[in-house]
Ligand binder design. Structure first.
Ligand code: IPE
Ligand code: IPE
Ligand code: MG
Length: 270
């Protein structure tokens, strides 16, 4: 059941200068609007522009996967008007952006429990995914009604149904292909804007060995320079994956290619 990508807790992934996969919690829209005496939703609207800019910026920098947390499974707790504004914004963005994404070679993926969304939105998502399925310049994943715990549980349930005979003996490599983002390597760099230093039930499984970057910049203010600052900070990290600094043999910083694997590492993908 080997997936295309290896788990960072099972083998040492390739580490490059440019993060191959960036995952972002886009936070701070409400505060951005409040600072300007505008309704919270004005911040969400402005946040869509940042999304557009970041897709371009990631393509320009050679990032392969950009994953954005747009709506958490906990965000239903917000006032009904805000939730409904966000849904309409999502619908509008899909309607307006799919062709542009497609023209720019972007593959769109949406992860999360779509069963809670209105059929019109689900249809747009499926259409967008189908239209862009063969693009390979950048994979843009939008996490909508997504929760990290939900993801692990749905994967566990799928696995248990597919292989009841192995109950009690499941391994990481059995579970990983059932996670919503099995098509992508684990994020190298995680960014959260808006000043909070928490994961808020985002990609719990996949962030096991990601480098974390928190910035006070509010999402609508996040720009190319802020992205470059996050990438520079990533480049200065020593990604040890459990090894000692000495074992990295002078390759202390995130440089490509990764050092030769040393046993006992089991590469499930080999
Ligand atoms: C993030 O911005 C967007 C969503 C959660 C949809 P917020 O709306 O959480 O903004 P703040 O945190 O209230 O400023
Ligand atoms: C996390 O932001 C979810 C998204 C950005 C979609 P929140 O603003 O909802 O997170 P908490 O509740 O402050 O942790
Ligand atoms: Mg918030």
């Amino acid at each position: 059941m080997a997936g295309k990508f290896t788990s960072s807790t099972q083998a040492i992934p390739n580490v490059g200068d440019v993060p191959r996969h960036i995952a972002i919690i886009m936070d701070g829209n409400g505060r951005w609007a409040k600072q300007r005496f505008m309704p919270r939703v004005a911040g969400h609207k402005r946040g869509v522009e940042t999304v557009r800019a970041m897709v371009k910026a990631c393509i320009a920098r050679g990032v392969d996967y950009l994953t954005l947390f747009a709506f958490s499974s906990e965000n239903w707790r917000r006032p009904a008007e805000e939730v409904s504004f966000l849904m309409n914004l999502f619908i509008g963005a899909l309607q307006g952006e799919i062709s542009k994404l497609h023209a720019n070679g972007v593959r769109l993926k949406v992860i999360g429990d779509l069963s809670a969304f209105e059929p019109r939105l689900v249809a747009l998502i499926r259409e967008g995914e189908a239209k862009t399925a063969n693009n390979f310049r950048l994979t843009l994943t939008i996490a909508a009604n997504y929760g990290g715990r939900w993801d692990i549980l749905q994967a566990m349930n799928q696995l248990a149904l597919a292989h009841p005979e192995k109950a009690g003996c499941y391994g990481e490599a059995d579970l990983a292909p059932h996670l919503m983002m099995a098509y992508a390597p684990e994020p190298d760099l995680f960014i959260r804007t808006g000043g909070e230093q928490r994961i808020s039930n985002f990609l719990l499984w996949q962030l096991a060995y990601s480098e974390l970057h928190f910035t006070d910049t509010l999402w609508p203010d996040f720009d190319d320079a802020a992205l470059d600052a996050a990438i520079s900070s990533y480049r200065r990290r020593e990604r040890r994956f459990g090894r000692t600094s000495e074992q990295l043999g002078g390759q202390a910083l995130a440089v490509s290619p990764a050092p030769t694997l040393t046993p006992p590492v089991t590469d499930q993908d080999a």
